[in-house]
Design a protein around this ligand. Structure first.
Ligand SMILES: [Zn+2]
Length: 111
């Protein structure tokens, strides 16, 4: 990978990270439990629980993705492993990396 590509990927990853980090506070806010004396009906309470499950999942996915992207950024800065499949050692296609910069495996090995 040449320095221009590196730069491009650094930008892609940093933008994505910024994006995800911006989403965190609002997700965390929605995770905060509704106090029991808040007058919501039984149904909406149930609704709320379901929603919290969804938000919780989203939140953990977002956090995981942030960690992965940070790892990718580190690999990109520190070594030449970035863009190389950890399984077969082949180059991961640029197209895949641009969509999923945190990818550590090529399409074949990932499937
Ligand atoms: Zn592979």
């Amino acid at each position: 990978m040449n320095s221009k590509e590196r730069e491009e990927f650094t930008n892609v990853i940093q933008k994505e990270l910024e994006n995800l980090r911006e989403q965190l506070p609002s997700l965390e806010e929605r995770m905060s439990p509704v106090s029991p004396d808040q007058s919501i009906g039984r149904l909406s309470r149930l609704d709320n629980m379901v929603n919290q499950g969804v938000v919780e999942k989203q939140l953990s996915q977002t956090r995981t993705r942030i960690l992965k992207l940070e790892g990718a950024l580190k690999r990109l800065e520190e070594d030449d492993e970035f863009g190389i499949c950890q399984e077969c050692g082949e180059k991961i296609p640029m197209k895949r990396l641009l969509v999923m910069p945190e990818a550590e495996l090529c399409v074949e090995c990932a499937s």
